[in-house]
Design a protein around this ligand. Structure first.
Ligand code: HSE
Length: 419
C-alpha cells in the first residue's frame, strides 16, 4: 500500500470538501487507489464552522504548512499572487504540489513547471480544469500518442447552469443567484459570467495539447452576460441552442484560442449537456472525436480530481508530467471567419429590411436567412438573421452601421460554431 502525508493549504469550500471526501471515500481510495492518505496539517487562517478538522494540527500561517514532515502540499487557497509564492516555496522545499487553482496555473504555469522540474518534484493540477472531470491526465497520458486538432467545450459550470435555465425560460439574474447558492460560482462571479474562468481553463488545455505558453498572449474572451432568454427561442426555431464554448484549435502555424457564446446544433453532443455539467470534445487523429463530460464545479467534484492527482503521484513509476512549451503563436482572432446569429430590434419596418440587407452586403456578409418575429409588447419588431461566414474584422463596423439606422433599437449577436 502506498502512503502519502499531506498538508492542506486553505480551509474554505474546496478544502473542507476534500477533508470530508477523504473520510467518506477512504475505503475506495485504499482499495482501488492503493493509497493511504494521512492529513498531517491544515493551513487555515481561520476556523470554518462548516467543518471540524478533529485532531489535525492547524497552522494559521499557511506558509508554515511546508515546514512539516509531509510529501505533498495541497494548495487550495485560490487567487494568484499568494498562491504562486506558496507553490514556489513548496517546490523549492522539494515538496510535490497538487493544486485546484486554474488562475495560478494560467498566469504562472510555465514558471511553476520549470521550478518543479528543477527540484525533481511534481506539480499536478487535474482539478484546475472542470474539477474532477478527467481531462488533464487524459491529454497528458492517455492521448499522448494522438495528434490533437481541436478541443472545444463548456468549461464553466456556472455558465452552463445559467444558460440551461435560461433555455427553460428563466431570466439571467435569478439563475446566477442559484448558481452562487449552490457553490458553483467563483467568489467573484464576474469570473464566471464574463468568460474569464473558461478562458483560464482553455488556456491550460491549449498549453498541454499545443504547447502555447502559460500565460498565453491575449485572446478573445466574452461571457454569457449579454444573452437574453428569447435568443434560445429564436435559436431553437432554426435548429440551434446556445452554449458558452472555449476553443483551442490547431491552425497551420498557430493556435485559434478563444472563449465566447456560440450557437451549436440542437442535435450535437455538447447541446445536450445541461446544468452544471462540463463537456469537452477532443478531435484526435487516432481516436476520432472523443467526449468527456461530468460535473465541473462543486466540492465533491473538485475533491475527486485532487485525490486522483494524489493517487497518481503515489505511483512511483509515473513518468514526468511533460509541460515543455514550444511557445506556439496564437492566431489573430480578427482574421477568423464566422457565421453569425443577429437579433435586431426595429421600431419601424418600412424600408428597414432593405437598409439592413445592404449594410450586410457592403460588408461582404451574405444573409443565409432572415425572418421577422412576433411584435414585442411595446410594438418593437425582432428580426432574426443568420449570416454566411464573414471576417471578424468587419463585425464591429457592421454593427455600428446597423445601429446608425434610426429605426434600429437594439442588436444582439452570437457566433455560430461549425460542427
Ligand atoms: N466557478 C467554476 C465553474 C468552478 O462554475 O465552473 C470550477 O472551476
Amino acid at each position: 500500500m502506498n502512503k502519502l502525508r499531506i498538508g492542506i493549504c486553505g480551509w474554505g469550500n474546496v478544502a473542507t470538501g476534500l477533508f470530508r471526501t477523504l473520510e467518506t471515500n477512504h475505503e475506495e481510495i485504499k482499495k482501488r487507489g492503493n493509497l493511504e492518505i494521512e492529513i498531517i496539517v491544515i493551513g487555515a487562517r481561520r476556523d470554518n464552522p462548516e467543518c471540524d478538522p478533529g485532531n489535525v494540527t492547524i497552522e494559521r500561517d499557511i506558509f508554515k504548512v511546508i515546514d512539516h514532515d509531509i510529501d505533498v502540499v495541497v494548495e487550495l487557497i485560490g487567487g494568484v499572487d499568494v498562491a504562486r509564492d506558496l507553490i514556489l516555496k513548496a517546490l523549492n522545499a522539494k515538496k510535490h504540489v497538487v493544486t485546484a487553482n486554474k488562475a495560478v496555473i494560467f498566469n504562472h504555469g510555465d514558471e511553476l513547471f520549470r521550478v518543479a522540474n528543477k527540484n525533481g518534484v511534481k506539480l499536478l493540477y487535474e482539478s484546475s480544469v472542470c474539477a474532477g472531470t478527467p481531462i488533464i491526465k487524459l491529454l497528458n497520458q492517455e492521448l499522448a500518442a494522438s495528434k490533437i486538432s481541436k478541443i472545444s467545450g463548456m468549461l464553466n459550470g456556472t455558465s452552463n447552469y445559467i444558460l440551461s435555465n435560461m433555455e427553460e425560460g428563466m431570466e439571467f439574474e435569478p439563475t446566477l443567484k442559484l448558481a452562487q447558492e449552490k457553490g458553483y460560482a467563483e467568489p467573484d462571479p464576474s469570473f464566471d459570467i464574463e468568460g474569464t474562468d473558461a478562458a483560464h481553463k482553455i488556456g491550460i488545455l491549449s498549453s498541454l495539447a499545443f504547447g502555447s505558453s502559460l500565460p498565453p498572449k491575449n485572446f478573445y474572451i466574452e461571457g454569457v452576460n449579454k444573452i437574453h432568454k428569447d435568443d434560445f427561442k429564436y435559436a431553437h426555431e432554426m435548429g440551434y441552442t446556445i452554449k458558452h464554448l472555449a476553443i483551442a484549435k490547431s491552425m497551420k502555424n498557430s493556435i485559434d484560442l478563444r472563449a465566447h457564446p456560440s450557437l451549436v446544433k440542437l442535435d450535437s453532443y455538447l447541446a445536450n449537456l445541461k446544468g452544471v455539467r462540463n463537456g469537452i470534445e477532443v478531435e484526435t487523429d487516432l481516436l476520432g472525436t472523443l467526449h468527456v463530460a461530468g460535473s465541473g464545479a462543486g466540492q465533491e467534484a473538485t475533491a475527486s480530481g485532487v485525490i486522483s492527482d494524489l493517487i497518481y503521484l503515489s505511483d512511483s513509476k509515473i513518468k514526468e508530467v511533460n509541460n515543455a512549451n514550444e511557445s506556439s503563436e496564437l492566431f489573430d482572432f480578427i482574421d477568423l471567419d464566422f457565421q453569425y446569429y443577429f437579433y435586431i430590434e426595429v421600431s419601424d419596418l418600412s424600408d428597414v429590411i432593405d437598409s439592413i440587407s445592404s449594410i450586410f452586403e457592403n460588408k461582404g456578409a451574405g444573409i443565409e436567412s432572415i425572418s421577422q418575429k412576433e411584435n414585442l409588447n411595446d410594438d418593437l419588431v425582432p428580426i432574426i438573421i443568420i449570416t454566411d461566414p464573414f471576417k471578424e474584422k468587419d463585425y464591429q463596423e457592421l454593427v455600428d452601421n446597423l445601429l446608425d439606422l434610426d429605426s434600429v433599437n437594439k442588436i444582439r449577436s452570437i457566433r455560430i460554431e461549425p460542427q
